[in-house]
Design a protein around this ligand. Sequence first.
Ligand SMILES: N[C@@H](CCC(=O)N[C@@H](CS)C(=O)NCC(=O)O)C(=O)O
Length: 260
Amino acid sequence: MPRSPRKSSVKSGKVAKVAKPKSAKRPPRRKPPIKLYYWPTPNGWKISIMLEECGLPYVVRPIDISKGEQFSPHFLAISPNNRIPAIVDPDGPGGRPIAVFESGAILQYLGRKTGKFYPREERARVAVDEWLFWQMGGLGPMAGQANHFRNYAPEKVAYGITRYTNEVNRLFGVMNTQLAVREFLAGRYSIADMACVGWVRLAERMEQDLAQFPHLKRWFEAIRARPAVKRAFAIRVEAASAVDMHDPKVRAILFGQTAR
Ligand SMILES: N[C@@H](CCC(=O)N[C@@H](CS)C(=O)NCC(=O)O)C(=O)O
């Protein structure tokens, strides 16, 4: 039973101050939402999907990578690799703010924070980590290069196109084989699936036909139909739709980077 406040003795007709009951304390102030530094790309989608799946309040802060906003001192202080995505969580460990860059690290952080889509049990967690790191070190970089050589390189370099397109094809095959025996990459739906789905969404840009990978296709359709994923894919950034990848200024920013 909650303790009732004790009235101390009454002097000169006044009621002395009494301790406020715990329940009368002001509720803790709501923390502001997580800031998601974002551009609509497969790496950006990973985090908007996770935030939506977890029901975490967040605000989108577009970083226009075609205009070089990823090099602003403010953003570099959060993401020193000048890449999206990044987050700032005002309610980080110890209730203090934390900034996190690298999509894999952000997914793991949000998974640990919420206890969702990133199991605690060690064997299940290792399985998620395996597929998450497989995405970060394999599917992401290879698909990125395939997309670059196929769609953005100023000249058609046959060797680069074949090398990276084949590699994406091989990696799609690896997922297809795994998904023949598992509903999701690590068994249950997890941050590993969220990391991969954006690249499968862009299959056509990398000359991949999902009909060749029936289990991957089943998985992709199941994930794409999730309400949270639909909401994440529906986030519109007007400026992103207007980017002209043939514009020499845009190309110089994105494709001419060296050490600064
Ligand atoms: N390993 C990074 C890769 C992130 C990445 O490549 N982001 C791209 C968009 S998908 C970017 O910010 N590009 C900006 C640039 O090239 O300057 C991660 O997973 O977070």
